[in-house]
Design a protein around this ligand. Structure first.
Ligand code: TXA
Ligand code: MG
Length: 359
């Protein structure tokens, strides 16, 4: 896999690879994506093969920023298939939040390859905000299908080096656009079919409060996780329970005090530790001397900083000599906390604590 610079010659090379049906990993503001021509069934098939991703899990089409106001006339979505209220809301959501980390699941245009949508009658679309992704999309002049550039089920990449670890030999190139500014995937929503009612399919980098303020109504909760019917297209990304996972066992402590942590540390000798903030680490360890690998997502407890560091911290601890991982599951319902919780919960399982702990 070649590493291309995010400059004139790197972008020109990336466009010619994509036009030839090859795959190029690209930086976005959320995570790196593995991009292929979204109008080519062959290129899209290559994405599934490179990621070892089951074909029942549909992809997001990334659109050029210049399509933001007329995306409905680009043979990607078909807003005629929506109630007029929802078509107007889709336009308003795009106008307000694109470019940015919001993915809209909308009725598909018939020309979108079946493989992109896993045969569903809807297609996921977003306009990424990263300047390199935008420049590439303008030059390419069409939609790029791009799932996160990791092998299926594994930790999403937020640096070009992570992409090389995940997909070396499985894609033609990666454009190095530096670390991703947000570090968590986009928020995915869809209209439910009842006028004005939208559902959260995946909590993500755009906090739900911002979407609900525009809709003027709460989002419907995501469907419960767990795969419903093997082999069938998933109605939602939330339905695949194990995801974003390190290769070592990961256990999560929620709302845990020093006593629970002491038990967990004794149960998991040598386990690497992940804390949300300096304050929560100090509370959990209660002055105990720790020699194991340990990371804090945000010293001051900022959800934005924690999101940016989450996947690289998990990756680093997974690569450490520790046999397993213990992580704090932060409490809270605002900002990026729900998305951080979602990723950790899909990556691991709960360590039984005395308090249990709800958000
Ligand atoms: O931030 C992001 O969204 C990143 C960057 C690269 O843009 N992309 C990303 O792609 O996270 P991926 O493939 O890892 O996640 C896309 C999610 C999948 O879980 C998929 O199930 C869901 O979007 N999705 C795609 N099409 C859908 C559809 N028609 N209906 C419901 N969910 C859909
Ligand atoms: Mg992914």
């Amino acid at each position: 896999m070649r590493t291309l610079r995010a400059d004139e010659s790197g972008l020109a090379e990336a466009v010619s690879l994509l036009r030839a049906g090859d795959l190029v990993a690209i930086p976005t503001e959320t995570v790196y994506g593995l991009a292929g021509d979204g109008r080519s069934a062959d290129a899209v098939a290559r994405i599934f093969a490179a990621k070892q991703r089951p074909t029942f899990d549909p992809l997001i089409l990334h659109l050029p920023a210049s399509w933001k106001t007329d995306f409905e006339s680009r043979s990607v979505v078909d807003l005629q298939g929506l109630h007029p209220t929802d078509a107007n809301l889709a336009r308003a959501l795009a106008a307000k939040f694109w470019p940015g980390p919001l993915t809209l699941v909308l009725p598909r245009h018939p020309s979108v390859p079946d493989l992109v949508t896993s045969g569903l009658d809807s297609v996921a679309v977003r306009v990424p905000a990263h300047p390199t992704a935008q420049e590439l999309l303008e030059r390419f002049g069409g939609p790029l299908a791009a799932p996160s550039a990791n092998r299926f089920g594994r930790i999403s990449p937020t640096h070009a080096a992570h992409v090389i670890q995940e997909l070396s030999g499985r894609a033609a190139a990666v454009i190095d656009g530096g670390p991703c500014a947000i570090g968590l995937e986009s928020t995915v929503i869809r209209p439910t079919g009842r006028a004005g009612e939208w559902q959260l399919l995946r909590p993500g980098a755009l906090p739900r409060e911002a979407i609900e303020a525009l809709l003027g109504a709460p989002l419907i909760e995501p469907p419960p996780s767990g795969r419903s019917s093997p082999g069938l297209a998933q109605p939602s990304p939330g339905l695949i329970e194990t995801h974003y996972a390190p290769s070592k066992p990961l256990e999560l402590l929620v709302g845990a005090g020093a006593h629970d942590w002491a038990c967990a540390l004794a149960d998991h000798e040598g386990a690497a530790l992940l804390f949300f903030s300096d304050a929560s680490r100090d509370r959990a360890l209660a002055g105990a001397e720790i020699t194991r690998p340990c990371r804090v997502l945000s010293p001051t407890g900022s959800d934005v900083e924690a999101a940016r560091n989450l996947f690289s911290a998990l990756r680093e601890l997974d690569a450490s000599p520790a046999p397993s991982l213990l992580a704090e599951l932060p409490l809270g319902t605002q900002g990026l906390i729900p998305a951080i919780r979602d990723r950790l919960e899909r990556a691991g399982c709960r360590y039984p604590t005395s308090t249990g702990g709800t958000p």
